[in-house]
Design a protein around this ligand. Structure first.
Ligand code: PEP
Length: 261
């Protein structure tokens, strides 16, 4: 049974002074049986969020990590540095790909490091508008998955709890969201790519999230799709009311899928 995951990507927002209070408020308003919650603040707010969430069942995640363990990489953060601060990590976000030139090969190396260091990865994939308009979205996502996952052991990645987030780039931070049917079609495409990579039964067991302008008003459309297992949320994840609405709908899905005890 795949979990329902609601993951908040705060991007470059909040400070250590206000992140803890925001995390605590969101945590208190999003408790839903059968829903896995994750908050990914900026690195400098990880400790504040971790402390604020003590006693809450909410995962704390980093938004990125370096692929080396240590060395002359000014400004970077490695997996060992996240020990005790984060248990999840977002990898391959489209903003990292676009603004920091992250390639699929690099993302694959980060994935190796994250998994070896006990972090649970959320691997982001998704096409830009021109690729969707050309009908190439499944091809693009297949190439991204192949580039990051090929040659890696599916059982190891599945045991690490790998989550895939399908995030069409044209829908991120734009207020334009995909339709539920698009998300379902791409969740199917993701699992088809995983099967083609030899994932077998691990393909069906891998959670696939939708991300791209998710709000409390449109989350229903995505969670109504049987292949979609939650959401990666950017802008709306800074708003407790939005997160409460999103989590409430996720709770309905968790109950409908027999995940809530
Ligand atoms: C994201 O940051 O992954 C994201 C989907 O952002 P937004 O919800 O703001 O589109």
């Amino acid at each position: 049974m795949r979990p329902i995951v609601i993951a908040a990507n705060w991007k470059m927002n909040t400070t250590p002074a206000d992140a803890g209070e925001l995390a605590r408020t969101i945590a208190s308003r999003t408790r839903q049986a059968g829903v896995t919650r994750v908050i990914c603040p900026p690195y400098v707010s990880l400790a504040a969020v971790r402390d604020a969430l003590a006693g809450e069942e909410v995962g704390v995640g980093a938004q990125n990590v370096h692929h080396e363990l240590a060395g002359a990489y000014t400004g970077e953060v490695s997996v060992p540095m996240l020990a005790g601060l984060a248990t999840w990590v977002i990898l391959g976000h489209s903003e990292r790909r676009a603004y920091f030139a992250e390639t699929d090969a690099l993302i694959g190396k980060k994935l190796d490091r994250a998994v070896a260091g006990g972090l649970r990865p959320i691997l982001c994939v998704g096409e830009v508008l021109a690729e969707r308009e050309a009908g190439r979205e499944a091809q693009v996502v297949d190439a991204q998955l192949r580039g990051a996952l090929e040659g890696r052991d599916p059982a190891t990645l599945a045991a690490a709890g790998l989550v895939i987030a399908y995030e069409p780039v044209w829908a991120i931070g734009t207020g334009k969201n995909a339709r539920g049917a698009d998300a379902q079609a791409m969740a199917d495409a993701v699992r088809a790519s995983l099967r083609a990579l030899g994932w077998g039964s691990h393909a069906d067991a891998t959670p696939v999230l939708y991300g791209g302008s998710v709000t409390s008003a449109n989350i229903e459309e995505f969670l109504a799709e049987p292949g979609v297992d939650g959401a990666l949320i950017g802008g709306a994840s800074l708003k407790p009311d939005e997160m409460a609405g999103i989590a409430a709908r996720a709770g309905i899905t968790a109950r409908a899928r027999g995940l809530a005890s």
